[in-house]
Design a protein around this ligand. Sequence first.
Ligand SMILES: CC(C)(COP(=O)(O)OP(=O)(O)OC[C@H]1O[C@@H](n2cnc3c(N)ncnc32)[C@H](O)[C@@H]1OP(=O)(O)O)[C@@H](O)C(=O)NCCC(=O)NCCS
Length: 138
Amino acid sequence: MSAIRPFQDADLEGVLALWEACDLTRPWNPPAADIAFCRASGHGDVFVSERDGRIVGTVMAGHDGHRGWLYYVAVDPGLRRSGLGRDLTAHGEAWLKGLGVRKVMLLIRETNTAVKGFYDALGYEEEPRVLMTKWLDR
Ligand SMILES: CC(C)(COP(=O)(O)OP(=O)(O)OC[C@H]1O[C@@H](n2cnc3c(N)ncnc32)[C@H](O)[C@@H]1OP(=O)(O)O)[C@@H](O)C(=O)NCCC(=O)NCCS
C-alpha cells in the first residue's frame, strides 16, 4: 500500500494543484476553507499521498455523528489505474471505522458518472435517494 499520511499545512499548495488537475474544485466550495473547516472539526481529516515531494493523491474523510463521508478522492492524472485511488479510499474507510462509523457514503456529481466504475470496483452500491440541500450562509 502507498504511504498515506495526514495533511500538513505545507501540503496546501500541492493539494490545491491536484484538485484543480482533477477538476474537483468548484467556486462555491473554496478548497482551502474546506480543508481548514474539516481539520478543525474534530471529526474529519484530509489524507495525502506524496511521491518525490509532490502530492499525488488525497482523500477527505469525516463523519456527522452517524454516517461517514468521503470527499476529494483524487489521484494525479498521470498515476491512475495503479491502485492508488483504491488505497486512498481504503485509508479513509479504515480511519472512519476506527472511529466507530458503520457505513460510509459519498456523492458523485451528475457530470462525473465515469467515476462510478471505480466505486463499483471498490464494493460501493448505488442507493436510490433524493438529496435535499439548503445553504445556511445565504
Ligand atoms: C477516481 C480516481 C480517484 C481513481 O483513482 P485510480 O488510482 O485510477 O484508481 P485505482 O487504480 O485504485 O482503481 C481501482 C479500481 O477501480 C477501477 N477504476 C478506476 N478508475 C475507473 C474508471 N474511471 N472507470 C471504471 N473503473 C475504474 C480500476 O480498474 C480498479 O479496478 P480493479 O482493481 O478491479 O482493476 C481517479 O480517476 C481520479 O482522481 N479521478 C478524478 C477525481 C474524481 O472524480 N474523484 C471522485 C470524486 S466522487
